[in-house]
Design a protein. Structure first.
Length: 311
């Protein structure tokens, strides 16, 4: 299969009209997928003062603004929404989009927004247990007429999700890089696995870990769709790439952060080589993560020069 390409749009520090313009651009220029994220405060944390749009509402807006791309979230935090409520939200968006939704979910990590909004931030074991139960609840509600579930954290009693989603099986994608729980959950319950911003060697290694969990869980490893997000720091040409690298580096320094190892850098030919390397290491889909200010010339160069070479 050809490599699929998506755009991950963290809805932070940007006007809604600019986001809508970006979603429409993605939809009409050959991308396969567009995603948003699930945060109330900026990520990574700085001072809590960055403007941030809510995820479910944004995902519905993407559905209304687009006609072609599949739509997801990398990833909904299980601690913020009861999974039965989330199933209803996703079903509604599936109808808005005529069956283009993917359910991306994770355990959550952003301590500052948990504390600010009064969400408990339990130990990692409980967060992972909630995630695994939540995955099962989502699967039951989106595939069965009526569902029962008696977990430690979530319960269903003759539960009905009506109307049914447009899709017979809405894909569930688990996000994260935890080798003992997350990757095993992917092998046990998920249709896909997503990981953000790691280098190709680590991505290849984690793919091998997932393959081993598939063997333990008696799962065909080829049945799990594997995807990665990479920061979009490519330029339209070499001088443009140098400028973007300098600006992004300065922004990271102001935020007290280190550069991500998983990024597209340089001019288009370097980006092509990077994407092909990740594809050879097991990526079925790669999403470029756009952060404002949007570099429109670089994005146009990606569409015109990079996409034809890798799709």
């Amino acid at each position: 299969m050809a490599l699929r390409l998506g755009v991950h749009t963290g809805q932070q520090d940007i006007e809604m009209d600019e986001l809508r313009k970006l979603w429409q651009f993605v939809d009409t220029n050959g991308f396969d997928f567009v995603s948003i994220w699930d945060h109330f405060y900026e990520a990574p944390p700085i001072d809590g003062m960055s403007p941030e749009f809510e995820a479910v509402a944004c995902m519905a807006a993407v559905a209304a603004e687009t006609e072609n791309v599949r739509i997801g979230c990398h990833v909904f935090c299980m601690g913020y929404r009861n999974p039965a409520l989330l199933a209803n939200s996703l079903m509604t968006i599936d109808h808005l989009s005529h069956g283009r939704v993917e359910a991306g979910i994770g355990a959550g990590w952003h301590v500052a927004e948990h504390e600010a909004y009064g969400f408990r931030f339990p130990p990692v074991k409980e967060r992972m247990d909630r995630l695994e139960e939540g995955m099962q609840v989502l699967r039951l509600l989106t595939t069965q007429e009526r569902s029962d579930f008696d977990g430690e954290y979530y319960q269903l009693k003759d539960a009905l999700l009506f109307p049914r989603p447009v899709q017979e099986r809405m894909p569930i994608v688990v996000g994260g890089r935890g080798e003992r729980r997350t990757l095993r959950m992917a092998a046990r319950h998920a249709d896909g696995w997503n990981v953000p911003y790691i280098n190709v060697e680590e991505f290849e290694r984690l793919n091998g870990v997932l393959d081993k969990w598939c063997e333990v869980e008696d799962r065909d490893p080829d049945s799990i769709d594997r995807s990665i997000n990479l920061h979009m720091q490519m330029g339209a040409n070499e001088p443009d790439a140098d400028r973007i690298a300098e600006e992004r580096g300065a922004a990271l320094e102001r935020g007290g952060r280190m550069p991500a190892t998983g990024a597209l850098r340089g001019a288009p030919q370097q980006a092509i080589e990077t994407l092909k390397t990740y594809e050879q290491s097991g990526a079925a889909r790669i999403s470029i993560a756009i952060r404002p200010p949007i570099q429109w010339e670089a994005l146009q160069a990606f569409v015109e020069e990079v996409m034809p070479a890798v799709k």
